[in-house]
Ligand binder design. Structure first.
Ligand SMILES: NC(=O)c1ccc[n+]([C@@H]2O[C@H](COP(=O)([O-])OP(=O)(O)OC[C@H]3O[C@@H](n4cnc5c(N)ncnc54)[C@H](O)[C@@H]3O)[C@@H](O)[C@H]2O)c1
Length: 323
């Protein structure tokens, strides 16, 4: 078995995990990759393949990803392709990985042209969550994960949204009485959507609420210094494209979202870049169908739906003035 992690997380938790596996009679080789989304690439995947070979992994072996979504996606991609696919276990240690990245079986690496452009569907055999690991997670990282929880609530569950509005500060402080039910519900939403549409034929697309622009922001920043949840938050706080005709989300929806995201300490404004740069990044996004982009629009808190728009419709000429 191989345990893949990053130094920051490995230092704190890998020893304990390796020991408990050993106590259960399983030998696990610890393999570290450098921290940061810039490591989610084919070169690091190649290093993992070599390490798997060095450690004698075979078809009966498993890969355990210990860490955030970056490690999960990279180690999962390596597990999906090594010997045409071996077993994979997720041990997520960020809020984002717990409620989102570890569930659903999407694994991938980035290319300079865009995020997650090379990947596979490879379901983990097990997702094992220990919320105590969140104590060492910096607040900004916690907040970025809660951006995904806000997203899940906005598109699927108005009651969860209301709960987040009631308890935002307690959740950020990891008050376990409030945290556990919220994380459980967010995981259940992701699992429910994926169960109904594993291969993203329709429903699963909804999970991309806020992500079309978020991917553009990440690509424009070269994947450096951007927490995945930050641009999701920036987009969630933007009003829906004006060119979209009714029925749009009722007045006040954007303000409600923005207020909640701010309470989690999340940014709500996109980085200042020329509109042209955003348009180009949007067109590279893999969700483009010809020149149209499947964009997820919020109809009201608790309900979202896909619409087909051009990059220009998503970012109308008036857009630049707002940012
Ligand atoms: N596969 C999917 O369905 C899916 C869904 C959403 C996001 N993602 C991917 O997930 C990635 C983002 O995940 P992320 O936000 O977890 O980022 P990450 O994995 O880069 O982790 C963020 C930072 O937190 C540190 N960290 C992790 N756990 C810690 C802990 N318990 N204590 C202290 N520090 C800790 C990491 O070392 C890192 O510096 C992106 O690559 C994104 O594309 C995948």
């Amino acid at each position: 078995m191989a345990l893949v992690t990053v130094p920051e997380v490995g230092r704190r938790y890998a020893g304990k995990l390796v020991r408990s596996l050993r106590d259960a009679g399983v030998r696990a080789a610890r393999i570290e990759v450098p921290d940061g989304d810039a490591s989610k690439n084919l070169r690091q995947a190649g290093r993992l393949f070599d390490a798997f070979l060095d450690h004698g992994l075979d078809r009966g072996s498993a890969v355990v990803a210990l860490g955030g979504g970056m490690v999960g996606d990279l180690a999962g991609f390596a597990a999906a392709t090594f010997l045409r696919g071996i077993a994979f276990v997720q041990v997520p240690t960020t809020v984002l990985a717990m409620v989102d990245a570890s569930i659903g079986g999407k694994v991938a690496v980035n290319r300079p042209q865009g995020k997650n452009l090379v990947g596979a569907f490879h379901q983990p055999r097990l997702v094992w969550i220990d919320v105590a690991t969140l104590r060492s997670l910096p607040r900004r990282e916690r907040a970025a994960g809660f951006a995904e929880v806000v997203k899940a609530a906005a598109l699927w569950d108005a009651a969860l949204f209301a709960r987040l509005e009631r308890d935002a500060e307690a959740l950020m402080d990891l008050d376990s009485r409030r945290l556990l039910p919220v994380l459980q519900r967010a995981c259940a939403i992701k699992a429910e959507v994926v169960r109904r549409d594993e291969r993203e034929g329709g429903l699963r697309m909804l999970l991309n609420l806020g992500h079309t622009l978020a991917h553009a922001v990440e690509a424009l920043q070269g994947y450096r210094g951007v927490r995945h949840g930050d641009p999701v938050s920036m987009r969630l706080a933007l009003p829906s494209p004006r060119s979209l005709q009714a029925p749009l989300a009722p007045p006040g929806t954007t303000r409600r979202l923005e207020a909640l995201l701010r309470r989690f300490g999340l940014p709500t404004e996109l980085p200042r870049k020329p509109r042209k740069a955003y348009l180009e990044a949007l067109r590279v996004d893999k969700k483009s169908l010809d020149s149209r982009i499947r964009y997820i629009a919020l109809r009201r808190i608790g309900k979202a739906e896909p619409v087909s728009l051009t990059a220009e419709e998503i970012l109308p000429a008036s857009w630049g003035r707002r940012t």
